[in-house]
Design a protein around this ligand. Structure first.
Ligand code: GCU
Length: 617
C-alpha cells in the first residue's frame, strides 16, 4: 500500500511538474544554420563493456588510467612517467566517421550493446560575450559528455536533440570532447527494452559546436493560426532577454512583426495574414524565408503556412477535407548494412519512393522522432507527417521517472519541429495496453501536446477489439484515450497475425467512429524474390500482394477511415525476426527490400493511391 501511495504521489509529481522543468534546454532550433562548427567526421572510439571508465572493480569512481574522458595524451604521459599504468588510449584507438551507429564501425560490433567512448579534438576561440553549446541531434541511448576532462552534462533518449552549455569549459585553441554513449535500454526507459526494431547504439545524427551572443534567439515558432492570422512566439535565452526588442520578417510576404520580449524572455507577435499568402499543401509545398532578429542575434528558417483541423469526421487541411495516402518508415537508410545514418540524399531517396513511387501524400515516421533532415525534406517535398515519441508497447506507465522522460521527449520533439508545415499529427503512443496507469500517463501527454501546439492534431496508434455481429467479424475501438484524441488511429493485421484467410478479410467490417480514423499499420512479410504461388505461404511475395488487395478492399468499406499508413515502406532490421530462410534479423513487411527492390504488393498500393489521387482524395 505504502509503495502504491508513494507511486501515486510520485506520479502526481510527474503529472503536475511544469514542462519547462522537464524539457531539455536550450532548444537551439535550426542549429544547422547557426554560427559554430560541425563536429561530424573522424572520432576515435573504445568499447567499455564493464563501464570501467566510470567505476572501478569495487565500483569506486574510476581512477587515472581508466577515465577515458581525461584531458590527456596517454602516450605522452607514459613517456614522461614510464611507471604510469593506462589501460586505454583514446588517441590511438580505432576511428570511425560520425554520425554513424557503431554496428557499422566494425563487423565485430554488430550486436554490441553497452557503453562506448568517443573522442575528438576541435579548435575554438570564443570572443568576449560569446557563449558556446555542444548540440547533439541524437545519441542512442544515454550520453555523458565531457569537455577537456570536465563533465559538461548528460542526456537520456535516443531520438531528440540536446544542447549543453560549454562556455566555461572551452579553452582558446585545441579542445577535447569525449562522449560516453550507453545503448543499454532501461526497464523504465522510453522506449522499453523490447521493441521490434534494431537498437542502433551510437551518435547517430550530426553534432555541432554552436556559438551564440550572450542573449540569443533560442526558438521562434512562426505559424498560421486557426483564426487566419500569422503568429510568432519567439523565445530568447540570456541575461538581456527580458524586454528585448524582437522582429520577425517574412520578406516573401513583405511582412514585419515586432514587439518586446516579456520578463521570461518570450515575445508573442501577430499580424493579419497578407492577401498574397500561398498556403502550404502537398500539391503546393510553398515555403517562406523567415528572419528573426533580437539584439545582435539573427535566426533564419524556411516555413510553410497552413491550417489543420478536424470537423465532422473529416481532417481539414486549409479548410478542405484531405485523405492521408501514407506509408510508414523507420529511420533506416537503403542498403544491406544500414547504420541509421540519415543524410539528405538518404532521406530524399526514402521520401521520393513514398511520394513518387507510391503516390503518397503522407508518411508515418515510426516509432520515434526522425532526423530533422527528414522533416525538413518533407516540408520541401510536400509530404504530410505523423511524428511520434517511442511510448511503445510496455513502457513502465507506473513510473514517474518514465513519465517525466516521455514528457521531456515530447516537448523536445515539438519544440524542435513545430515550424515544420509538413507535420500534421503528434502521436503519443503505439500499441499500449489499456489500463489505469497507462490512461493517466497518456492523458498527460495529450494535454502537453495541446499546451505546446494548438495548430496540429494529436493522435495515438491504438489497439482494436473484435466482435462477431450477425455472424460477421466487426472491429471497433474501445480505448478510453480516444475521447482525448483529435484523430483516431489503429494498427490492424487481420490476415497476417491471426488465422483469417485472406479471402475473408474484405468482409471484416469496422464500426463507425465519431472522429477521423487512420489505419496506422497493416502489412504482411514477404522475402523479396521468394514466391510459391501454388502454396501461397506467408513470406511469399504473392501472399503479400493478395494481402494488400484484400486489406485495401476492407479499408475502402470502413466508414470513418480518412488515412492509411501501411507497415512499412522498406524491410528493416529487427532482432525479434529470426526465421533463418525468410527473415535473418529483418522484419520483411517492407514493400521494398533493404536495397529498394520493389515487391509486387508495392504496385497494388501505388495503383490504389493513384486512383484515390485521381478522385481528388
Ligand atoms: C506492430 C508494431 C510495429 C511492428 C509491427 C510488426 O504493430 O507497431 O513496430 O514492427 O507490428 O509486427 O511487424
Amino acid at each position: 500500500m505504502v509503495w502504491r501511495l508513494a507511486a501515486l504521489l510520485a506520479c502526481a509529481w510527474a503529472i503536475t511538474v511544469p514542462l519547462a522543468a522537464i524539457a531539455s534546454t536550450p532548444t537551439l532550433t535550426r542549429a544547422d544554420l547557426r554560427a559554430g562548427q560541425d563536429l561530424s567526421g573522424r572520432w576515435t572510439y573504445s568499447i567499455d563493456p564493464y563501464r570501467d571508465g566510470l567505476a572501478g572493480f569495487h565500483r569506486e569512481p574510476a581512477g587515472e588510467g581508466h577515465r577515458r574522458f581525461d584531458d590527456t595524451s596517454v602516450d605522452a604521459v607514459t613517456r614522461a612517467r614510464p611507471n604510469a599504468l593506462y589501460e586505454y588510449d583514446m588517441e590511438r584507438s580505432p576511428a570511425a566517421t560520425l554520425p554513424q551507429a557503431w554496428l557499422a564501425h566494425d563487423p565485430a560490433l554488430r550486436h554490441y550493446q553497452g557503453l562506448m567512448w568517443y573522442q575528438r579534438r576541435f579548435d575554438a576561440a570564443l570572443k568576449p560575450g560569446q557563449r558556446a553549446f555542444l548540440r547533439f541531434e541524437a545519441v542512442n541511448y544515454t550520453a555523458r559528455v565531457f569537455v577537456n576532462g570536465k563533465a559538461a552534462g548528460e542526456h537520456e533518449g535516443g531520438f531528440t536533440p540536446f544542447s549543453l552549455e560549454v562556455t566555461d569549459l572551452l579553452k582558446s585553441g585545441s579542445n577535447q570532447v569525449t562522449v560516453g554513449v550507453d545503448s543499454t535500454p532501461l526497464a523504465d526507459g522510453v522506449p522499453p527494452p523490447v521493441t521490434d526494431w534494431e537498437n542502433y547504439g551510437g551518435i547517430t545524427r550530426p553534432m555541432r559546436l554552436v556559438i551564440t551572443p550572450t542573449t540569443f534567439v533560442d526558438e521562434a515558432w512562426v505559424r498560421l493560426s486557426k483564426d487566419g492570422s500569422l503568429a510568432a512566439t519567439v523565445t530568447l535565452d540570456g541575461a538581456e532577454a527580458a524586454g528585448r526588442e524582437v522582429r520577425v520578417r517574412v520578406p516573401g510576404l513583405d511582412l514585419v512583426m515586432s514587439g518586446k520580449a516579456s520578463a521570461d524572455g518570450v515575445a508573442q507577435l501577430s499580424a493579419p495574414a497578407p492577401k498574397g499568402l500561398v498556403r502550404w499543401s502537398p500539391e503546393q509545398p510553398k515555403l517562406y524565408d523567415v528572419v528573426v532578429e533580437a539584439g545582435e542575434d539573427r535566426l533564419t528558417d524556411r516555413v510553410g503556412f497552413r491550417t489543420l483541423e478536424v470537423r465532422g469526421g473529416e481532417i481539414l487541411l486549409n479548410g478542405k477535407p484531405v485523405f492521408l495516402r501514407g506509408i510508414c518508415l523507420h529511420e533506416e537508410e537503403f542498403g544491406e548494412n544500414p547504420a541509421r545514418t540519415i543524410t539528405e540524399a538518404g532521406a530524399r531517396a526514402l521520401l521520393t519512393e513514398a511520394r513518387d513511387g507510391l503516390n503518397a501524400n503522407f508518411v508515418r515516421l515510426a516509432h520515434y522522432p526522425h532526423s530533422e533532415i527528414t522533416t525538413r525534406l518533407a516540408d520541401e517535398m510536400g509530404l504530410l507527417v505523423w511524428s511520434e515519441i517511442p511510448v511503445y508497447w510496455l513502457v513502465d506507465f507506473k513510473s514517474p521517472r518514465t513519465l517525466a522522460l516521455a514528457r521531456g521527449m515530447l516537448a523536445d520533439n515539438i519544440r524542435r519541429d513545430r515550424n515544420r508545415a509538413s507535420i500534421a499529427l503528434w502521436s503519443v503512443a503505439n500499441e499500449t495496453p489499456v489500463g489505469e496507469a497507462r490512461n493517466a500517463f497518456l492523458a498527460r501527454l495529450v494535454d502537453d501536446v495541446k499546451a505546446l501546439d494548438d495548430t496540429r492534431l494529436v493522435t495515438a496508434a491504438l489497439l482494436s477489439e473484435r466482435k462477431t455481429v450477425d455472424g460477421h467479424p466487426e472491429m471497433s475501438l474501445a480505448d478510453p484515450l480516444a475521447d482525448r484524441l483529435d484523430v483516431l488511429a489503429v494498427n490492424t493485421y487481420n490476415g497476417w497475425y491471426g488465422n483469417d484467410p485472406l479471402d475473408a478479410v474484405p468482409a471484416i467490417s469496422w464500426k463507425k467512429t465519431d472522429k477521423p480514423l487512420i489505419f496506422s499499420e497493416f502489412g504482411a512479410d514477404a522475402l523479396a524474390g521468394f514466391d510459391d504461388p501454388g502454396l501461397m505461404r506467408k513470406f511469399s511475395e504473392t501472399f503479400q500482394e493478395k494481402y494488400y488487395e484484400k486489406t485495401l478492399e476492407m479499408a475502402a468499406k470502413a466508414p470513418s477511415v480518412r488515412g492509411l499508413s501501411p507497415w512499412i515502406l522498406k524491410d528493416f532490421r529487427s532482432p525479434r525476426r529470426q526465421h533463418p530462410v525468410y527473415q535473418q534479423g529483418w522484419n520483411r513487411k517492407g514493400l521494398v527490400s533493404p536495397t529498394g527492390r520493389r515487391k509486387p504488393a508495392f504496385e497494388v498500393l501505388a495503383r490504389y493511391y493513384r486512383e484515390l489521387k485521381a478522385r481528388g482524395r
